[in-house]
Design a binder for this molecule. Structure first.
Ligand code: CAA
Length: 260
């Protein structure tokens, strides 16, 4: 599969996706979206691939938003008829059961911040900047910014960012709970790939179940979430990898995962 706006590399069991429009600060146009959806579908279908990492090319940006030049002259009826931005959630986020990490190397603004928040967690470089500046363009977030940001950092900071359009640096984003780790710029990719490799070394069915479980927490009541957690936990006890993991612990040896 060859792409024009993204790069896709397999590194062992980890797939690295790189947004590759550095001249436009990796702005997300419809071609980027279609190519990422296709690349993620291939990643999901490949049983040898267990975790993904997404980053932006160049030093300056993860992604500076949806492509403003593409949207500037587009009639409103087309945004509505295409249900613009719906596929990001329906065909990328929901279709990907495997975990993926956003390695944010610079500006993550508008759709860029929203794409980072679609990932299962974010590792940021000290130079990363997050924001939802859509209000300054006379619009508002359209790829999940108001919803995922509010869930990640709470109402006060989500309102502050959406209404003022200001940027939040990596330290503030870590304090707010938006990112899980902040590292020096030169260490970002090594840290993100190391985290992805650590995940990819886990038993494959347990990887899927752990991701699914945490996501359920954002979709349901506590009681229903606890029930779903117990059921997934109980299902995993039927796997050969559960028998192997526990036997390896008792026998003080490394486990060998079978993925079943
Ligand atoms: N769309 C299209 N092109 C973009 C872009 C975007 N979102 N962001 C940057 N670019 C382009 C610029 O037009 C410029 O191209 P040219 O060289 O052809 O002029 C190039 O990338 C470099 O950008 P700047 O010269 O502006 O770089 P800078 O260092 O001066 O500023 C910046 C960097 C502060 C990030 C600035 O580029 C900026 O404010 N970008 C727009 C951020 C934004 O508003 N994002 C939200 C978009 S709307 C959205 O995402 C909706 C949604 O919810 C899905």
């Amino acid at each position: 599969m060859s792409f024009e706006t993204i790069l896709v590399e397999r590194k062992g069991a980890v797939t690295l996706f790189t947004l590759n429009r550095p001249q436009a600060l990796n702005a997300l146009n419809s071609q980027v979206m279609e190519e990422l959806i296709a690349a993620f579908a291939a990643f999901e279908a490949d049983s040898g691939q267990l975790c993904g990492v997404i980053t932006g090319s160049g030093e300056k940006a993860f992604a500076a938003g949806a492509d403003i030049k593409e949207m500037a002259l587009k009639p409103a009826a087309e945004f509505f008829a295409e249900d613009m931005f719906a596929p990001w959630t329906s065909r990328l986020v929901k279709a990907t059961r495997k975990p993926w990490i956003a390695a944010v190397n610079g500006f993550a603004l508008g759709g860029g911040c929203e794409l980072a928040m679609m990932a299962d967690f974010i590792i940021a470089s000290e130079s990363a900047k997050f924001g939802q500046p859509e209000i300054r363009l006379g619009i508002a977030p359209g790829m999940g910014g108001s919803q995922r940001l509010a869930r990640a950092v709470g109402k006060a900071k989500a309102m502050d960012l959406c209404l003022t359009g200001r940027m939040m640096d990596a330290a503030e984003a870590e304090r707010a709970g938006l990112v899980s780790r902040v590292v020096p710029p030169g260490e970002l990719m090594a840290e993100a790939l190391k985290a992805a490799e650590a995940i990819a070394a886990m038993p494959p069915l347990a990887i899927l179940a752990n991701k699914e479980m945490v996501n359920i927490a954002f979709e349901t009541t506590l009681d229903q979430g606890l029930l779903a957690e117990r059921r997934l936990f109980q299902v995993l006890t039927a796997t050969q990898d559960k028998a192997e993991g526990m036997a390896a612990f008792v026998e003080k040896r490394p486990p060998v995962w079978l993925g079943r």
